[in-house]
Design a protein around this ligand. Structure first.
Ligand code: NI
Length: 228
């Protein structure tokens, strides 16, 4: 499932994040690429072990924590620490690649199976030309370029690329999620059901017998499919 999640960061948080990014220590993105993706990768990223990255990670995780749509769609078991990249100038694109199936966390605290890939845009579309995230999907190619503060979730299994930025800079955060529900198909069904339930609840109220019954079915499906 490919999903656009709106306003993960408030305008105020976005301003704070962009202030930090302006003076942040960018480095060559190829330093952390695997052998295959190093050939395709040509961007800059923020050092993982600096105060700026830690401050931005906190800000982002707070935004994710309060976002109901994100939780309903991702059912996160573990979120890899958000990282930050920038495309522009001569370091402006990332060719077709697949993300590694497992992310080993830097501090040795564990690993994350990359069920879901996430990109949160930190620059507005009118600040740069190009820079679309292109995701190859069963419906064909999806081109994604979202307002600053918005995020796209897509299956970790997808081949994807970032088109060359020909004007300005595209800054973004990227990270991965290991979901409590491993199957994309099951996650999709649960997300749809939860969305319909929210609608029914607001139309008929919490105590409607049909609403109570379907809520019970939703949780029973969770119990069947969840790995906590
Ligand atoms: Ni990638």
């Amino acid at each position: 499932m490919l999903l656009h999640v709106r306003e993960v960061l408030s305008p105020d948080e976005l301003r704070q994040a962009r202030d930090v990014l302006r003076s942040a220590p960018w480095q060559d993105g190829r330093l952390t690429a695997g052998e295959q993706s190093a050939k395709a990768k040509n961007n800059e990223q923020l050092r993982e072990d600096c105060d700026e990255t830690r401050a931005l990670q906190q800000l982002l995780l707070r935004g994710l924590e309060r976002n109901q749509i994100f939780f309903s769609a991702a059912l996160p078991k573990q979120i890899s620490p958000p990282l930050f990249n920038r495309y522009g100038g001569s370091a402006n694109s990332f060719g077709n690649h697949v993300d590694s199936a497992v992310r080993f966390l830097r501090d040795g605290s564990g690993r994350v199976r990359t069920d879901i890939s996430c990109t949160l845009f930190l620059a507005d579309p009118d600040e740069y030309d190009g820079g679309e995230l292109v995701i190859e999907d069963t419906f064909g190619e999806q081109r994604v370029k979202l307002p600053a503060g918005d995020m796209v979730l897509y299956p970790g299994t997808s081949v994807h690329r970032v088109l060359a930025v020909t004007r300005g800079y595209r800054t973004a955060s990227y990270f991965w999620i290991q979901s409590m529900v491993r199957s994309d198909e099951q996650r999709r069904l649960l997300f749809d059901m939860d969305a319909h339930l929210r609608h029914l609840r607001s139309t008929f109220g919490e105590t409607d017998p049909g609403v109570i019954g379907l809520t019970s079915t939703y949780h029973n499906l969770l119990r069947m499919w969840l790995d906590v």
